[in-house]
Design a protein around this ligand. Structure first.
Ligand code: AVI
Length: 328
């Protein structure tokens, strides 16, 4: 008797098939972040060309006390997409200077990242109470309603920039629905700047971003039984001034056919045909204000680095809900 192996098809499979059979071809950027992709992203954040992480950290180091004062006290700090919480201790130390008890709720989809976040924060602030929350934002933000007292919600790293404007507003609106007037949101955004700075940040000399981009194909090969030849795709990073975003693609260097065994899909590529894998929006202050406003927040104060390359914005639940459509 032949025992047939049962292979579980990942729940993102249909999204991949839809993306690869669409025109133009796309893949969801959330697929970057398996274990290897997350490690590659950490490596990106340390690259000379990739200024956002370093610049945001600099602002936090210099202005955390002001931010915490503006947020009010006592507060619990909730960090959306906390990862391993590499930047948060600076802000938590500022909280510790204003109140006896520091409560920190790192929220992430990855339990391994959260364990590291908890260890890191408890090492940096031994008295802090850290309660990790494992959550997928796709299932909403109801956990916010379960955290008692006044909250400061952090959404750092310009992660909001990986969402298209409507999706970004919809995410922020869902967060806003779980907050009350005393709470605040601290949002990190990467600002518009010269393509001479932007393009190398997404196409570094060492090729780490290229590996990060190609990891999506590697993952599909492994998890969906596909046969992408990684050497037959080029990493492309382009600035689109009209849409105010960096666009990341994988471009086929030749005519080729790829098979995804698990979903029984055949995908044909023409030479030069691209897969759009990511957008990274860059904001002006007006764009930030508008994004917050359409999501039901009002901008209270912004902090920038000296070159105005990155911004951290404190917002509160707006008095009136504005429903102007958003387009950049
Ligand atoms: C996670 N996110 C904010 C990064 C960005 O800059 O958009 C992802 C990234 N993609 C390529 N390099 C970094």
């Amino acid at each position: 008797m032949i025992a047939r192996e049962l292979v579980a098809i990942p729940d993102y499979a249909q999204e991949v098939v839809r993306g690869l059979t669409a025109r133009p071809k796309t893949l969801p950027c959330k697929l970057f972040y398996d274990e290897r992709g997350s490690a590659l992203f950490e490596e990106i954040t340390r690259l000379t060309e990739y200024y956002p992480t370093r610049t945001e950290f600099e602002i936090l180091q210099q202005r955390s006390s002001e931010m915490v004062q503006a947020a009010g006290s006592p507060i619990s700090v909730v960090e959306l997409g906390a990862g391993t919480a590499t930047k948060t201790s600076t802000l938590l130390r500022a909280v510790a200077r204003r109140q006896i008890r520091v409560r920190y709720f790192p929220v992430d989809i990855s339990p391994t990242a959260l364990t590291e976040a908890k260890e890191r924060v408890q090492r940096d602030l031994p008295g802090a109470h850290v309660q990790p929350v494992i959550a997928d934002f796709g299932n909403g933000f109801h956990f916010l309603g379960e955290i008692p007292g006044r909250k400061l919600v952090l959404y750092l790293g310009s992660s909001i920039g990986n969402f298209d404007p409507d999706d970004a507003a919809s995410l922020l609106r869902k967060v806003r629905e779980r907050l009350s007037e005393a709470d605040a949101l601290l949002l990190g955004t990467d600002m518009v700047k010269s393509p001479r700075v932007l393009v190398p940040a997404y196409d570094d000399a060492q090729g780490v971003t290229e590996q990060f981009n190609k990891n999506i194909l590697w993952r599909i090969n492994r998890e969906l039984g596909a046969n992408f030849d990684l050497d037959s795709f080029h990493h492309i990073a382009e600035w689109n001034p009209r849409r105010s975003r960096m666009e990341i693609y994988l471009e086929s260097t030749r005519a080729q056919t790829v098979v995804l065994k698990l979903t029984r899909t055949t995908v044909k590529f023409a030479p030069g045909e691209r897969i759009h894998t990511e957008n990274s929006y860059k904001y002006t202050l007006e764009m930030v204000e508008r994004m917050l406003c359409v999501s039901g927040f009002s901008l209270e104060k912004s902090w920038f680095d000296r070159r105005k390359w990155f911004g951290l914005h404190l917002a509160r639940v707006g008095k009136t809900r504005n429903r102007i459509p958003m387009s950049f």
